[in-house]
Design a protein around this ligand. Sequence first.
Ligand code: PA5
Length: 432
Amino acid sequence: MTVSLNEKYIKEFVEEDELTAMQDFIEVAHRKMHEKKSMGAEYLGWLDWPSSIKESELQKIEKSAEEIRQEMDVLIVIGIGGSYLGTKAVKKLLRPSFGLDSMQIIYAGQNLSGRYMEDLLSYIEGKNVAVNVISKSGTTTEPAIAFRTIRKWLYDQYGEDAAKRIIATTDASEGALRKSVETEGFQSFEIPPDIGGRYSVLTAVGLFPLAVAGVDIRSLLDGAKQAEKDLAEPNLSANHAYLYAAYRQILNMRGYSTEVLASYEPAMTAFHEWWKQLFGESEGKQGKGIFPASVIYSTDLHSLGQYLQNGRRILFETMVSFEEDQHSSKIPFDEENVDGLNYLADKTLHEVNKQALDAAALAHVEGGVPVLSLEVQRLDDFHTGYLIYFFMKACAMSAYLSGVNPFDQPGVELYKQNMFELLGKPGYGDKR
Ligand code: PA5
């Protein structure tokens, strides 16, 4: 099964012939995408990346990550958007929920908060610190400012040795960050020119910091490789990434313009943020797109759940569940049974969580919310890699079905340009 779309809750909202009608469009888009003749084809490098990443690149990542693990306490990942969200998503999903790992990963460059930076600098005081600065363009303002500040701190602390603690992940030849690599001699990794930020988690962008965090990056890639193979055909009955894309667009055409990704696993919180960027930035353009939102259940059944049940009927929900019961926490039997819970004694939390999923799905369907149920076989590195590739392929197809280029982000570029102009960057216009 690996990752599959269970259609049990959606059947009453979508007719079979609506899906059949989608199949023809999907076949055309699929062919163009695989022949690399579709819109934005110059950014389709992620499509066969899991099966084509070089062994030498993997060994370089692993060697460098192991050195950091041996010698450092903290790795600061500096980056924004696609340059850090994938790392955070996978790390939070696969590493323990509580307690510090022996190697701590913290993040910078996603905001311009002075308070955040001060807190970070005081937190790393006295710790053994390395930095992985990640920017494809090498010119994004937020990570560039964070890097300048943290780089100064490193040089103040470690003198010339600081350069050995900096690993840059950026374009092979372009951008300010590449220039720093050349002048200061930082170790570096290259972001393939044909893979954009939000599709880059399986390149050194994500793999290096994830290897430092202790994630099994080979299993992660094996899962993605399996997905690359499984999802290489256009037939909706076999390709559930496309089936998901088809349902999304059918629902969108009916006015369900917001998708709520719902997980029953709190470790998915950061993964939701990666997913929102992937779909939001890929589809939200030309006045089109499905607004991506997310909830964690049961937590949000006691807050946004009310809106889901009875609010404006513009929502559909995609519920993600991990099928295998991997944890043995059982609800204990209690002689007194004051709380009346003995009817649940000996059930695992997983079993009860599954019932919460079905209970919410049934209620929301009754309330007029179409529910797609995405079932992931188990929560591990392999299936996470599979799920990442699944969503990237679904997202590209969904964007093509709505007639937009999945790989550009003109809106983001506009704000970046405005920042330069408002801050008075030399060589740019002046909006002041
Ligand atoms: O998906 C994208 O392309 C963007 O979200 C970028 O990742 C983000 O804007 C950061 O860009 P850069 O890596 O060039 O600093």
